[in-house]
Design a protein around this ligand. Sequence first.
Ligand code: MD5
Ligand code: FE
Length: 203
Amino acid sequence: RDHVLAPGAMVLGGFARNDAPALLAAIDHIAAAAPFRRMTTPGGRTMSVAMTNCGQAGWISDRSGYRYTPVDPATGRPWPALPVLFSALAAQAAAQAGFAGFQPDACLINRYDPGTRLTLHQDRNERDFDRPIVSVSLGLPALFLWGGPARTDRVRRIPLEHGDVVVWGGPARLTYHGIHTLADGIHPLTGRTRLNLTFRLAR
Ligand code: MD5
Ligand code: FE
């Protein structure tokens, strides 16, 4: 079930499936301390994806731009700690894809409801683009939009399902990507929701 999408990008099919119930319970616990919220883009739009974070650094967006912060601006408290289960899973997935020794300090948690999408973008707020990004999909399936190094490059659609883990590194790290508008559905573990964990070394 593992396959290479392109140099540096690998899908680990179902890698997180067995851990999903524990991951979802941990997300509930995190969201009780750092609630999901829809952030504002620098251009003043409200993102349709709802987000929260755990770890030493959390990704935020507001009128001033995109960045990582140690404190949740919504609560004034540090982001909840990375559960050991999260860091272990991210490290194991990275190692299986050829990136030994990955120790993330940031986990962005994205919540998609039907009709929600993430427009094409690059992830470039991290200090070091040599470290991979590990992404864990939970709940409803989604179509991942995967372009190239330029915004205008042709975009492929890659189905991502509950439990799939993708590791993006090396030459794939700065490709344009997004999530197509989420189709309605009901997942036995999450209901009408897709959740995505994105592990990064931010600082
Ligand atoms: C998601 N999240 O499904 C995706 C998974 C985000 C985001 O894109 O920024 O929160 S992460 C997919 C990703 C990360 C880094 C590089 C590449 C894809 N890539 O090279 O295609 O909510
Ligand atoms: Fe991204």
